[in-house]
Structure formats: C-alpha cells, structure tokens
Ligand binder design. Sequence first.
Ligand code: F6P
Length: 340
Amino acid sequence: MRFGVLTGGGDCPGLNGAIRGVVYRAAHFGHTTEGFLDGWKGLRDDLHRPLTPAELAESVTLGGTLLGTSRTNPFKAEADAEKVLATLSKNRIDVLVAIGGDDTLSAARELGRRGGKVVGVPKTMDNDVAATDWTFGFDSASSVAMDAVERLRDTARSHHRAIVLEVMGRNAGWVALATGLSAGADATLVPEEPYVEAKLMEQIRRAHARRGYALVVASEGIDLPLEGGGRAEGDQFGHALLRERGVGAWLAKRIEGATGIETRSAQIGHIQRGGPPTLFDRLLSTRLGAGAVDLALAGKFGHVAALHGGEVVGVTIEDATRATKVVDAAWLDLLHTFDA
Ligand code: F6P
C-alpha cells in the first residue's frame, strides 16, 4: 500500500511523533509513505516528498511539524476539491492519513464522502475533538501555561499584585482549566461559563487579603462585553484570531479599577504551542499515528484512531466531527472547588 500523510491546522507538540508513528508502522508491514506539505495545500497543489523511517528516528522529540501546516480548506471551492482527488490519484495514494483537529478532520470527512480513502488522527492543543479522551498537544501546551503561572506567581507575590494569564483554547476551556487547576490559580475563566464580574472581583479580593496576591487564568474565548464582540471573521474555516481580543489586558484593567489592586496581564500566545512534546504527548501521538495505519490495514477507512479509556480504538470521522468537545459539568464542579 502507498500511504499519504498530512498535518493540518495549528501546529502542536506531538505532530512529528504521529508522523513517525504512521511512517514506521506502515514500513513495519512493508508499505511506503508520501508526506504532503503544508496541510491540505500540499494535496491541492501536489507538493510532497517521500518519508522514510531513517529520517524520522528522532522526530518524536521535536515540536512543530516537519511537514509544515496551513489552515487551507480545499473543499471551499469545487476546483480545489477536484485538485485534491487528482493529486491522490496521480501519486497512486491508496489511503490518506489526515492528522489534525476539527477543521482538518471535517475536510477529511468531505474527502471520504467524495470517494477518497482516508483515516484520521485527532490532534489539537485545545483538546476539543469529540470521540477521543485526550488529544496530543494539549498536555504539552498546558504544561507550558502551568509553568508560566508558576513564574508569574513570583512577581505577583513580590509586588502584592494580581496577575492575569491569558491562554489559548478557542471555544473550549480545557487549557485554562488544566492550567488553573494544576497551578493553583485563584480564579479560572472558561468559555463554557458566563463571565460574572462580581464573582471574579470577590475571588481576587479574598485571595489578596489572605496571602497578598492573586492569580487568574483566563481563556482567550471567554464571553466579555468587548467592543464589537472582538470576534472578526478569520481563517478559511471561519475562525477569528481570538488573541487579538486582548482578554487578559481587558480583565487586568477591570480588576485594578474594581479592586484597587495593582494588576498586570500576560499572554503567552504561541509560546504554549511550541517546544518538545511531554512524555504523555509523545506516547499518545505515537500510538495514534500507528493506530491510524492499523485502521487502514484493517480496511476501516473513514475512521480516526482515538483514545478511549486508555485503549486506541477506531471512531468514525462523522462521530469525531459531530460536535466540539467542551468542558463538562463534572470538571467545572471540580475546578470551582479550588476557587479563592
Ligand atoms: O486551535 C489551536 C489554536 O492554538 C487555538 O487555541 C488558537 O485560538 C488558534 O489556534 C490560534 O491560531 P493561529 O496559530 O492561526 O494564530
């Protein structure tokens, strides 16, 4: 068999581990792999190169994606969709492994509907892909954000300040939740809950009174009364650039105004998406990359390799892309157990 592989959407730690999983697993059973460059753009524009186990030996340790990525949606225009199918047939690709989040997997679903043989690997630092317990990239990104809070704590404590850390996560609060819980924030704001200013100010006053400083973790996607909603249309999948809303800076001003406590904000932006993957993400990406090849070899096209209770299983792409996985009530209940 001849496998094709691409990585689409935002990069995250673990992508190279997944590519390595695909290439090694395919080679293990005597198959070859062609890597398509820059996500769906590579399929549309016929940009690719062969991938061999030898060149990928160390890739599991590296962040980013060695294939490049983009937020290209080839199914927005019929002419592009046809180019994707032509590239697959011209290069004699038997099955495509699409590694990506909701958008990339939705494009893979569309390719499947048009007769392309495709399997998927869910990834995203946002951890918001339905049908898998965890996505790789999330553990690494949240670990960076956790470390950022630890560092901000030193300044907050020394200057008796409140500090707000804004983290990524788009419309799901998993990164904020994990960061707030693991770093001991006094308040954690997620998009799944309404912004209640009086409650936030109370938490900050309480924390400051108790130990002389306060730490807040806020997700970039929380609903705030920003001018124009702060959500202009963005990429080809219709996502706005949320970091430009300035959630952290806005909150810091409100906090200082309401409480009189000197307040600062920090936005770690893409720093949280870079760097070497954590152990968890190396293992998960390796298992899911290899798992996608196993699905294809078993003829389970139209499926993604997903983690279910510790096991790698096949879930249909339709199910995996049905809805965004958001933080549920049980997690929110746990989170608020630790509010200041
Ligand atoms: O989807 C991953 C993500 O990092 C989101 O958390 C964030 O909103 C978005 O990508 C940022 O996108 P870009 O890298 O295109 O600025």
